[in-house]
Design a protein around this ligand. Structure first.
Ligand code: ADP
Ligand code: MG
Length: 694
């Protein structure tokens, strides 16, 4: 547990939570009972009404119930389980691509089934694909939910139902133990007397609550929490800023002697934007207070080489660099680049991952502590306590959005000297509006690379319905046999890694069968690191021409020879994520690249608009704005994933009307109640502090 946390109510105090499930919960940042209560739903479903199948509209989530008429496994290009249901008013087909034998067995003819899902047009009329369902015998009485059903961000091996129960248990625990009862707010619009009553409502809204209000984050219970979260982030950001101002930076004033050598070896010239940004960083290095700079640049704009230049200057001043990446794939890729760039310059680079073997790890840590290694790259493995630098001068965080404010902070502590603090460079492809970065975003200076390297052609994006799949596969064959390389991205089936991986495996089989001449590889999140590496490296070298993958490929992978990307079911992804994915192609000068969005019909209005935005622009900033606009309210989960910030409930764009009063509250609390400030920060941000120990 994080030190200084006064509360101690481990989640295992809740009935039914043993060490194993506690371990699973830690993946969600849940360690304490309070963390569970702060694990908030990202959407709600209304399962309080049964809709007759005959009247049921398309494309709206709803609950139906009927008798199982027939259930069979069929092959239609792929294996699927088809279940026919009749309720007296109409017929419905339930179609599933991923299922276990036991599931099939359980769907007995004559039993009743209750399904929650969205009805689509299928070959035989109304159908639901992978609905949530419940089977019971004919005369069994099963109650219908009497509250709206909250849906939570979850992790593999943890069912929604289990998570829901556990959170309800945690709420009751808090009531009994008088937790979360304080009310710091001066005025209260919603009549929620304390935090716990607002939280209880959010986890359990009565049927009559407006779904619209809830999904746009406008319910008073939500607003209460949103404001508190904003206050906590503003407080935290102010705290970080004050801490920084009190510290001295490590001396990095002398310009790098080797800069020209590195620049000469790149094989390209820096763009004007890169040169400008590098100048801004060099000016920061001259100052006595440490740099806190956010480097924004669209995918492919060339942020890595800027990081390399900064690293070089640190090393020339006898200081080490800690370079952190959100995924192992990305860390390895940077490691390869840096090794290539730095070895001739006599600079030693090392790589530390969660999966690094104990023996290697020992060697790496000892070289780091003795100063033999100048640059250490890695994932969050770098946060661990025993990772000790001799003298770290610079920390770099790539694709910042996967890390929270506190992780940045922990990394700064690696300097080992309370008076001093290393320079910090944070790189991101997510455009962050300036007002935001000033208020709630940790008070960073900003640099922007607003220009792509020369010769880049915009990725031409088109969309096709899934009915044209075989044509698409044909085209892939041509492209691959022509020596180019192709990504085929298989997107989320549900909120589950497991299913996503399964879907990718099936696609891989399908494609290998249809285009046997093309060498095809597969990567997904469930593969072991060595296997992933092997496949990606073969793709890089061209031994594999077609890479079937999941969204694990999203962040930073750089294979310039890849010129075509197929994104399957793009309608499931947000704009920011689609744009990130597409950024994997179009990286080679003077070469045309394409992105093909292979969607499943019918498309919702929102999905249509997203897809047409992708077809019409390649500009990351335009896309980010459109993304926020389309989300309007609602999709907090998506926003969190796109990573604008590490927020649980607030959406600083949507909730901007609360920013001013939150800022005033924060100011007041910071001045008058230090203890309160700390406890707010702990509550909203602190739970993520202990990443390193977990
Ligand atoms: P990102 O900003 O997305 O991290 P990268 O740093 O991975 O982008 O750069 C993308 C590609 O562009 C790399 O292959 C890199 O070598 C190349 N690149 C970077 N800067 C330039 C430049 N000025 N001219 C030509 N190519 C460049
Ligand atoms: Mg990058």
């Amino acid at each position: 547990m994080p030190e200084g946390k006064e509360k101690n109510h481990p989640i295992q105090n809740i009935r039914g939570v043993g060490p194993k499930i506690a371990d699973t919960l830690s993946n969600l940042g849940i360690y304490q009972v309070e963390d569970a209560v702060f694990h908030l739903p990202y959407k709600y479903e209304d399962r309080t009404n049964l809709t007759p199948i005959g009247d049921a509209p398309y494309e709206t989530p709803l609950l139906v119930e009927g008798e199982i008429v027939k259930s069979t496994v069929v092959f239609r290009g792929r294996r699927m389980l088809i279940t026919e249901i009749f309720d007296g008013t109409g017929r419905l087909t339930m179609r599933m691509f991923h299922f276990a034998f036991a599931q099939h067995k359980n769907l007995k003819e004559g039993h009743r089934i209750r399904c929650f899902g969205t009805i689509r047009h299928g070959p035989k009329g109304k159908e639901m694909i992978h609905p949530q369902y419940q089977v019971f015998s004919k005369d069994e009485e099963v109650e219908i939910e009497d509250h709206l059903t909250p849906i939570y961000p979850s992790t593999s091996n943890l069912q929604q139902g289990r998570l829901r129960k556990l959170i309800q248990g945690s709420i009751i625990y808090c009531q009994k133990n008088n937790l979360l009862k304080e009310n710091w707010e001066t005025e209260d619009e919603g009549g929620f007397k304390d935090l716990l009553s607002a939280l209880t409502f959010i986890h359990n809204p009565p049927t009559e609550t407006s779904l619209e209000l809830l999904s746009s984050g406008q319910h008073p219970a939500q607003r209460k929490l949103i404001k508190e979260e904003l206050v906590a982030h503003i407080l935290c950001s102010g705290m970080l800023k004050r801490e920084t101002e009190l510290r001295k930076s490590p001396l990095m004033q002398s310009a790098s002697r080797q800069e020209n050598l590195l620049l000469g070896s790149l094989g390209f010239e820096l763009t004007n934007a890169q040169t400008r940004v590098w100048d801004e960083i060099k000016q920061d290095f001259e100052k006595e207070t440490p740099m806190r700079r956010l480097l924004q640049g669209d995918v492919g704009s060339g942020k890595t080489v800027i990081a390399a230049l900064a690293t070089l200057q640190a090393s020339d001043n006898s200081l080490q660099t800690a370079f952190m990446c959100p995924t192992e794939i990305l860390a390895e890729q940077h490691y390869e680049n840096m090794t290539q760039w730095f070895t001739d310059l006599g600079i030693k680079v090392d790589l530390l991952l969660g999966s690094t073997k104990a023996k290697d790890r020992k060697r790496i840590l000892s070289d780091l502590q003795s100063g033999k290694t100048q640059v250490l790259l890695g994932t969050h493995a770098l946060f661990q306590k025993d990772v000790i630098f001799k003298s770290v001068g610079l920390t770099i965080i790539d694709e910042q959005h996967r890390f929270g404010v506190h992780q940045r902070f922990t990394l700064l502590e690696k300097g080992g000297d309370k008076e001093k603090s290393p320079h910090q460079l944070i790189m991101t492809a997510t455009p962050i509006p300036r007002t935001l970065s000033m208020t709630v975003y940790g008070a960073l200076d900003t640099s922007i690379i607003d220009e792509l390297p020369p010769g880049r052609r915009p990725v031409e994006t088109t969309s096709r319905p899934n009915s044209m799949r075989s044509k698409v596969i044909k085209r892939i064959e041509e492209v691959c046999l022509d020596g180019q390389r192709v990504y085929w991205v298989c997107t989320l089936i549900e909120d589950s890694d497991e299913l996503e991986a399964q879907a990718a495996e099936e696609l891989f089989k399908e494609i290998s069968k249809e285009v046997p001449k093309v060498k095809t590889g597969l990567v997904h999140g469930r593969l072991k690191k060595e296997e992933k590496d092997k496949v990606i490296n073969r793709f890089r070298k061209g031994d594999i021409q077609l890479l079937v993958c999941t969204t694990v490929i999203e962040v930073g992978v750089d294979v310039p020879e890849a010129t075509l990307m197929i994104i399957e079911n793009p309608e499931r992804l947000g704009l920011a994520q689609l744009h990130q994915l597409r950024g994997r192609v179009g990286r080679k000068a003077d070469t045309d690249s394409h992105c093909l969005l292979l969607f499943r019909e019918p498309l919702s209005e929102l999905a249509k608009e997203r897809i047409s935005t992708m077809e019409n622009t390649n500009d990351g900033f335009v896309i980010a704005e459109k993304d926020l606009e389309l989300r309007g309210g609602g999709d907090i989960h998506g926003l969190r994933q796109s990573g604008l910030m590490n927020l649980k409930i607030a959406n600083p764009i949507r909730d901007s009307d609360l920013l001013e009063s939150a800022q005033q509250e924060a100011l007041l609390i910071a001045k008058t109640n230090e203890l309160q400030a700390r406890s707010l920060i702990n509550r909203w941000i602190g739970a993520r502090l202990d990443y390193s120990d977990s």
